[in-house]
Write a protein that binds this ligand. Structure first.
Ligand SMILES: NC(=O)c1ccc[n+]([C@@H]2O[C@H](COP(=O)([O-])OP(=O)(O)OC[C@H]3O[C@@H](n4cnc5c(N)ncnc54)[C@H](OP(=O)(O)O)[C@@H]3O)[C@@H](O)[C@H]2O)c1
Length: 274
């Protein structure tokens, strides 16, 4: 890995930060991007020699300029790790359209923009596109309509791109965690009491969902455990398209893949909201 130049998005916290540290420890040259490099102190302390740069994945100039800058400075790009993402919590009827669009802008169009910008350089190095999606990119989950739709979109994009990219030597993978102990849910800035109070006819279901979700996060994975799977995806030969990051994630995703009429998933997730 020592000659590999790896660009990672969303590295100020959580999984992105852990991936940046793991890739640096594996000997990669790491370009860790974040919206505000002023928030990079934790990463600087965790691992030396990481090149921290500004990037907002919803800003095309930032993405295109960021990729061009890496190639200009290092002469190559071997992998892009699309990690930046946001949680958008709420059900269709109550979520403003702007929030539904924000879920897509960050979680889907941001990934697409980055991947398109990187592909010419990844062709040159026979590199990798690794995207942190979610089990929510395979199984739709209550009160996550906007988030799961965006993650489904990413999964569809990457699954479709993979065979095409392979013809030019580029490996494409998606990494699907379940609950991970990061600031992800807190960053969604949802006040559960207020959300339930404003949920109208959906209040009992939302309360049940919140109770269940808090329980799920008591057995969550660490960001470092997820980062280890990302590193395996980065180095696997031949590339593997789909990676679940835990036994729980694997069982959950498998339910969907063998659920041809959708009944098994509905039986499973209906229990979350009653
Ligand atoms: N935690 C979980 O339970 C879980 C489960 C499955 C999948 N995931 C996925 O894992 C990935 C990382 O999430 P996490 O758990 O590590 O949560 P996190 O700590 O909230 O990290 C998300 C990162 O994305 C960045 N980001 C948000 N909007 C951005 C934008 N427009 N441009 C660039 N960066 C942006 C955030 O940066 P700022 O500091 O600038 O906001 C932050 O560094 C996400 O794609 C998420 O969907 C998480």
């Amino acid at each position: 890995m020592s000659d590999k130049v790896v660009l990672i998005t969303g590295t100020s916290t959580g999984i992105g930060q852990a991936v940046a540290v793991a890739a640096a420890e594996a000997g990669c040259t790491v370009v860790a991007t974040m919206r505000d490099p002023g928030r990079g102190d934790e990463l600087r302390k965790a691992a030396g020699g990481i090149d921290i740069r500004a990037m907002d994945v919803t800003d095309p100039d930032s993405v295109l300029g960021g990729v061009a800058g890496v190639v200009a400075d290092y002469g190559r790009l071997d992998a892009v790790i699309n990690n930046a993402g946001v949680s958008v919590l709420g059900t269709a009827e109550n979520l403003p359209m702007a929030e539904i669009r924000r879920a897509m802008e960050v979680n889907y169009f941001g990934v697409v923009e980055m991947t398109r910008a990187a592909l010419p350089h990844l062709r040159a190095t026979k590199g990798r596109v690794i995207t942190v999606t979610s089990v929510g990119g395979v199984v739709g989950q209550p009160f996550n309509e906007a988030y799961c739709a965006a993650k489904f979109a990413v999964e569809g994009f990457m699954e479709s791109l993979a065979p095409v990219a392979a013809t030019v030597g580029v490996g494409v993978s998606v990494v699907e965690p379940g609950a991970v102990a990061t600031a992800f849910v807190a960053n969604a800035k949802v006040d559960p009491v207020a959300a339930v109070a404003e949920a109208g006819p959906y209040a009992p279901a939302l309360q049940a969902y919140i109770d269940r979700t808090l329980g799920a996060y008591t057995t969550s994975q660490t960001a470092e455990e997820v980062a280890a799977v990302v590193l395996r995806a980065l180095t696997a030969e031949p590339p593997v398209l789909r990676w679940q990051t835990s036994d729980w994630a694997q069982t959950f995703v498998a339910t969907k893949i063998t659920d041809l009429d959708g009944a098994r998933v509905q039986a499973l997730t209906s229990d979350w909201v009653r």
